[in-house]
Design a binder for this molecule. Structure first.
Ligand SMILES: [Zn+2]
Length: 320
């Protein structure tokens, strides 16, 4: 096992370097070059990749606490993709499962945080508002009734509990399965998902670009996972906007100010961020040369992919 773990491979393309090492005679060189992709490296980094872990990166956290501490610094670098990819190169160790674990935890925490304003908005709009306050709701319906606003704040539109003011009767329904009207919440997610998928396909599945980039698939998976964060921010951003709009509504008037702001400012910014993330991955992180053809192909394909997936989703779910 130990043997397999330390098989010396090229960090960029994965080429097995044992053949190269077998040519060494009396002295061991300090510097090397991968015969497959041409990457130059220091041999000690090939034998001991842990040396290349980064102190700020959640991907290289060794505990939950470290992950927590590194989250702000990682997000800060990610905001300007160039700063992220300037530090994360092909020789930076890849820990996909740490990334996945972090993303699950981060999504949960962000979801709960956004559930507070979202829940206030739901209270304003739904039948529970008729009870006037949480205390009154509890007096009339007991603990079961008190569940309604909290469950809805967290689980709407996947699960929604309804309560009838007339006879305090409960019902449960699933708005998300009924489609209509949820395009503002899920549309942006599908658009960004299509963009991520198409970038990954361009880098991995098209033989010409694949041959030119000479990248291990894990590099692309890492980029896809991280750029997928845009989907999380779109989903939670649109929940936040919807929640605040409902929360701040006056009477029956709903101004959609924050949802408008989300559509006009936040969404275009996320699309641009996602695009820049992949541009800098190719140019700065992976140092693919020449790169202009891949950049153009990836950009066009990902925009098309995003629009197509959004269109397919809206047909499937009957949004428009
Ligand atoms: Zn290589």
């Amino acid at each position: 096992m130990e043997q397999a773990k330390h098989t010396p491979i090229c960090p960029k393309c994965g080429y097995d370097q044992r053949g190269e090492i077998a040519t060494w005679e009396s002295v061991c060189p300090v510097e090397g070059r991968c015969p497959e992709c041409g990457l130059g490296f220091a041999w000690r980094d090939i034998f001991d990749p842990v040396r290349m872990e980064l102190g700020w990166n959640v991907e290289h956290a060794h505990s939950l606490w470290e992950m927590f501490k590194r989250t702000p610094r990682t997000l800060l670098r990610l905001m300007i993709p160039y700063f992220y990819w300037r530090s994360v190169g092909v020789e930076t160790p890849i820990r996909l499962w740490v990334l996945v674990r972090w993303q699950v935890l981060f999504s949960l925490v962000l979801h709960l945080l956004v559930s507070i304003p979202y829940g206030m908005g739901i209270w304003n709009r739904s039948s529970i508002q008729a009870y006037g306050s949480l205390g009154e709701l509890f007096n009339q319906t007991g603990w079961k009734g008190l569940l309604v606003p909290f469950v809805n704040a967290i689980a709407y539109p996947w699960v929604s509990l309804e309560i009838s003011y007339k006879n305090n009767s409960f019902s449960i329904w699933y708005p998300a399965s009924q489609g209509g009207g949820l395009s503002s919440l899920f549309g942006p997610v599908f658009l960004l998902m299509g963009m991520v998928l198409l970038w990954a396909i361009v880098m991995l599945a098209i033989p010409v670009t694949r041959r030119q980039a000479k990248l291990r698939a894990r590099h692309v998976v890492r980029a896809a996972l991280i750029s997928g964060l845009a989907m999380l921010f779109a989903y939670q951003g649109s929940r936040l906007a919807e929640g605040i709009d409902e929360w701040t509504r006056v009477g029956l008037m709903l101004n959609n100010i924050y949802q408008g702001l989300f559509g006009a400012v936040v969404m275009p910014a996320l699309v641009l961020w996602l695009m820049m993330f992949w541009w800098f991955a190719v140019i700065t992180g992976w140092k693919v040369r020449p790169c202009s053809a891949i950049i153009v192909l990836g950009t066009v394909a990902s925009l098309l992919g995003g629009v197509v997936l959004l269109y397919v989703a809206s047909m499937l779910f009957g949004w428009y």
